[in-house]
Design a protein around this ligand. Structure first.
Ligand code: PMP
Length: 312
């Protein structure tokens, strides 16, 4: 969850306030007017689907990173939940850009959420879908290496939920892990899947590097993140070999480098997991290369990947 006041979001200790103008049910309005009834189905049953998206200052003004892919995932998540969205992708793209302009922001985070309104019985045919979009100012920071603790909470079994969908209710699993690690010694929780393989942190995917090869858990018990995909594509363009497979804890602890990726987290090096130190302690070579390539791409300085940006 991004509204955490501990280090679990890896990026901020406290979040800046929501920007003044928001969009809800096809209208722009001040934040204070955008409210949800206590009878909302998604409040009771966690049935909302959502996206977190970043925009960055570039030489040509603010640009949203991989907006089409995030909107596509929102529709895919809604589809997985049999939720019908009555908006089209172009409309949501226009709204995000307009909100950035209206709020006069250069660097920030977009939260887009689709949810059911009134509905106290679990299933009903006439549930109404709503969409709201709001922004948070979110300046980029250089991320310090973090230490992760393996959580006592496992990732939900993929036979019980649909991990590739970004559904509000799934985050109870992450919330429990994020609320129960030892905050005096660690910066976040790492979750294993139900078979004991490495899955992901509560809000980010994980990568390791061993003998110059990149490894990351294959989809199944993870949200296959858009930042994960960005890193895979960057690695390919830099001729770094990458293997998506089951990753064991033993492999991870004996890796040369480990880092996590996410829209909010970006690319953050991991310097330790439980009692184990990773690599030499300093930020690894491949982690720095990928992190630099990521930072260049989001700011429109990587000519190969300019199509990832939507100018606001
Ligand atoms: N896993 C989980 C559980 C997440 O919440 C996130 C953040 N959306 C990620 C991975 C990373 O996904 P993305 O790179 O698309 O932000």
């Amino acid at each position: 969850m991004i509204m955490s006041n501990n280090n679990e979001n890896h990026a901020h200790t406290t979040l800046p306030s929501v920007a003044r103008f928001v969009w809800m049910d096809r209208a722009y309005m001040p934040l204070s007017s955008a409210t949800v009834p206590i009878t909302a189905h998604s409040l009771h049953y966690g049935t909302a689907v959502f996206e977190g998206i970043r925009f960055y200052e570039t030489d040509k003004g603010p640009a949203v990173f991989r907006l089409q892919d995030h909107i596509y995932r929102l529709f895919a998540s809604a589809n997985a939940m049999s939720m019908r969205l009555e908006h089209d992708e172009d409309e949501l793209t226009r709204v995000v850009c307009e909100l950035i302009r209206r709020n006069n922001l250069a660097d920030g985070y977009v939260r887009m959420i689709a949810y059911y309104g009134d509905g106290i019985s679990l299933t009903r045919d006439d549930l109404q879908t709503h969409i709201a979009i709001f922004l948070l100012p979110w300046p980029s920071k250089k991320m310090k290496p973090i230490r992760l603790q393996i959580s006592k909470f496992r990732k939900s079994d993929p036979r019980t939920i649909i991990h590739r969908a970004k559904v509000a209710g799934h985050y109870v699993n992450s919330y429990l892990a994020a609320s129960s690690f030892d905050q005096s010694r660690y910066d976040g929780a790492l979750m294993l899947d139900c078979d004991g393989w490495v899955a992901e942190t509560t809000v980010a995917n994980i990568f390791s590097v061993k003998d110059s090869i990149l490894f990351t858990p294959k989809p199944g018990s993870i949200l296959p993140g858009i930042t994960r995909d960005t890193v895979l594509k960057l690695a390919q363009s830099m001729s770094i070999q990458c293997i998506e497979s089951n990753v064991s804890m033993d492999h991870l602890k004996h890796s040369d480098e480990v880092f996590i990726t996410g829209t909010a987290s970006e690319v953050i090096p991991v310097k330790g997991i439980d009692e184990a130190d990773i690599g030499e302690g300093a930020v690894g070579h491949i982690t720095s290369q990928l992190s630099n390539a990521f930072n260049e791409s989001v700011r429109g300085r990587n000519s190969e990947f300019l199509s990832w940006l939507t100018r606001a």
